[in-house]
Design a protein around this ligand. Structure first.
Ligand code: NAI
Length: 329
């Protein structure tokens, strides 16, 4: 007899949401005993399509799904919500430069941040999926100064899962036997998968793989460029795997990470690892079911540190660009 948890998903008519909403309604995100109420936010032109998805959600007859509302009004969409997954974003179009892209997204994530601050439940947790995810989360967070900063996160879990999958393939160990992996920085080509503390069945992964050249080169590149490889193969960008990563992120945040293990999430920095305060950067994290906690004090090799510096520099330049555009006020 638990009361339903309200979950808002934006970009509800899009590809990722078409996979994500069904996983949420099936109870895979918040647990098999927790009923959910869905609020779907779309732009006017796509509300009808989102209503089509809502019809299909009805038809799937999920026992845990206690209601669906579709709207183009952000205040209504975030009203009383505890989990907000911001998937809808402005894609880069022909002729758009980086400033245009950041500005177009600022116009989405600033107002959505304000609508969350004004309407969401006091325990709201926000996951930004729409790209550029880290900087969109920064913009939303800046528009919601009264919401604790650590409630705003961006998705690096797909990058994490991609790294895990490559390592499972290489070692022959199941993904659940590989622990203590994480990905630093930005959800972009500059991201830094870090295996220096990773274990396979409790043994150092570097010893098990015994091929540092592969780990430091082709492995890292394969993870960072996997999104492009999926587009090439599928003719469309990652959707079900991105949805799955969003489910993993929120599930671990709400239900906690495995004892002894950690995962990756992008959080507003509090200065750990020298990452400038406020930047939303991928870091190693655990969750106790309440909040994310950064795993502090991990050593970084010179190579990893050099790459962290580069991905952090990229995040800093994105922050400067949106600040110049007045999107952080
Ligand atoms: P899509 O184009 O299929 O769907 C996006 C939807 O968002 C569209 O239905 C659009 O109408 C809607 N939308 C646009 N502006 C909106 C607004 N202001 N409010 C509400 N809805 C709005 O795109 P797809 O494949 O679902 O991807 C969504 C986003 O996720 C993209 O930005 C993509 O780059 C990003 N992404 C992020 C990943 C990550 O790891 N962080 C991985 C894969 C994709």
């Amino acid at each position: 007899n638990t009361s339903p948890v309200r979950v808002t998903v934006t970009g509800a008519a899009g590809n990722i949401s078409y996979a994500l909403l069904f996983r949420i309604a099936a109870g895979e995100m918040l647990g098999p005993d927790v009923p959910v109420e869905l609020r779907l936010l779309e732009i006017e032109q796509a509300v009808a399509a989102a209503e089509g998805t809502a019809m299909e959600l009805d038809d799937a007859a999920f026992p845990l799904l206690r209601g669906i509302d579709v709207t183009a009004d952000a205040d209504a969409a975030f009203d009383g919500t505890s989990i907000a997954i911001l998937v809808g974003a402005m894609p880069r179009r022909e002729g758009m430069d980086r400033a245009d892209l950041l500005e177009a997204n600022g116009r989405i994530f600033g107002p959505q941040g304000r609508a969350i601050a004004a309407n969401a439940a006091p325990d709201v947790r926000v996951l930004v999926v729409g790209n550029p995810a880290n900087t969109n989360a920064l913009i939303a967070r800046a528009a919601a100064p009264d919401v604790p900063a650590d409630r705003f996160t961006a998705m690096m879990r797909l990058d994490h899962n991609r790294a895990l999958a490559r390592l499972a393939e290489r070692t022959g160990a199941g993904v659940d036997r590989i622990e203590r992996l994480h990905v630093w920085g930005n959800h972009s080509d500059s991201q830094v998968p870090d295996v220096d503390h990773a274990l396979v069945d409790g043994r150092p992964l570097r010893e098990v793989v015994a091929d540092d050249a592969w780990l430091d080169g082709p492995f890292r590149e394969a993870v960072a460029t996997r999104g492009a490889a999926i587009i090439k193969a599928r003719g469309a960008s990652s959707a079900a795997s991105a949805a799955s990563a969003a489910v993993d992120h929120v599930r671990d945040w709400v239900l906690g990470t495995r004892p002894g293990d950690w995962t990756t999430a992008a959080l507003p920095s509090t200065g750990a690892y020298g990452i400038p305060e406020g930047l939303v950067a991928g870091v190693p994290v655990t969750s106790d079911g309440g909040a994310w906690h950064v795993v502090e004090g991990l050593s970084r090799s010179a190579l990893v540190q050099e790459r962290i510096d580069a991905t952090v520099a990229e995040l800093t330049s994105e922050r400067e660009a949106v600040d110049t555009l007045g999107l952080l006020r």
